[in-house]
Ligand binder design. Structure first.
Ligand code: SF4
Length: 335
């Protein structure tokens, strides 16, 4: 598929969009089956040293009350996730250096020895030695969205950071043996269908195991508060094209998609997605992890959230998978 053909499909509507998503659903069924993998998301700190223009956790957002979970609280939350049947926990935070390389390594090895669950990290750009230390401590996966593949747009949205370093981090993570996830934010100001097409080609070139992508939802306490935000329809097309281009990918129907459209998660499952990440952050903290407004999970309890997500899987006529739910490509690599 050429860049132009991809760009056209990204903005497809009506029958063309329906056909695209149906084809992605067929590829999903043929490649990874009906299983839907649930990952327990623990947002353990909302401190961040970065100042991304679109994000409610940005350093200069002084209106946000900040929190950090103690290492024991994080391990307890992981144990609770496993007790609820989760085979993977995702430890997510802003870029918070209070969690030194060694401190986070200790948390990872404690979770691994107590639960045996797969551990995915989503803690941003850190030093190569820290990525290595965490891998040695037992971390299995790393999620680092590239946000946009356009270097100039990237530089505008991420003061002091560069796309080049982002990609370098992703390559290092891959070399260290992590299952690596990346993905764009959809609907950023000045983002064109051609840039989104480049995002897809970048995911393919990086040979990622997972891709997370959701519509941009403007956050009121940021410089992009009055921006338009991303389209759920384009997000569904992007999910479908990702599934078609990288058939064995682990592809979440994201919280942002669910927030921006009624039954967005269900629509995502029908457009190629095979992962959902229920929010298991203790509720006294979850309401403060405000990447964007309107997140559903903090308003309901953890048990209720898990029930809700299981209901979405059932509505899609799919099955909740058990176990860690590794990427099929990663499993092939170790056999
Ligand atoms: S997007 Fe990530 S790195 Fe950027 S401000 Fe938000 S939490 Fe920090």
């Amino acid at each position: 598929m050429t860049l132009q053909e991809l760009a056209q499909l990204i903005i497809a509507t009506g029958r063309q969009a329906e056909d695209l998503r149906a084809e992605a659903d067929r590829v999903r069924w043929e490649t990874v089956g009906d299983d839907v993998h649930l990952r327990g998301l623990i947002e353990f700190s909302n401190h961040c040293r970065c100042n991304c223009l679109y994000c409610g956790l940005r350093r200069e957002n002084n209106s946000l009350a900040r929190y950090r979970m103690a290492p024991k609280e994080i391990v307890d939350a992981a144990e609770q996730a496993v007790a609820l049947g989760f085979g993977t926990v995702v430890l997510q935070s802003g870029e918070d250096l209070w969690y030194t390389g060694e401190r986070l390594a200790g948390i990872i090895s404690e979770i691994k020895s107590r639960t045996g669950a797969a551990v995915a990290l989503s803690v941003g750009e850190r030093e190569d030695w820290e990525y290595r230390l965490w891998r040695e401590a037992g971390a299995d996966r790393y999620l680092l969205r590239h946000e946009t593949s356009d270097p100039e747009l990237y530089a505008r949205l991420h003061p002091g950071a560069s796309l080049r370093n982002r990609i370098r981090c992703l390559e290092v993570l891959g070399e260290l043996g992590y299952e690596v996830g990346s993905g764009p934010l959809i609907g950023l100001p000045a983002q064109t269908p051609e840039i989104l097409a480049q995002d897809l080609l970048l995911l393919k070139r990086l040979n990622v195991h997972m891709a997370g992508m959701g519509p941009f939802i403007p956050s009121p306490s940021t410089p992009l508060a009055s921006a338009l935000g991303g389209s759920p329809e384009i997000t569904l097309n992007m999910l479908a094209l990702t599934r078609i281009l990288i058939p064995d990918i682990m592809l979440p129907a994201t919280t942002a998609l669910e927030t921006s459209a009624q039954h967005g998660c269900l629509a995502g499952l029908r457009a190629g997605a095979n992962v959902i990440m229920p929010n298991l952050t203790p509720r006294r903290y979850a309401c403060l992890y405000e990447l964007y407004p309107g997140k559903k999970a903090p308003t309901i309890g953890i048990a209720e959230e898990v029930e809700r997500v299981r209901g979405v899987v059932a509505a899609a006529d799919r099955l909740v998978a058990t176990g860690p739910g590794s990427s099929p490509r990663a499993l092939l690599a170790v056999t």
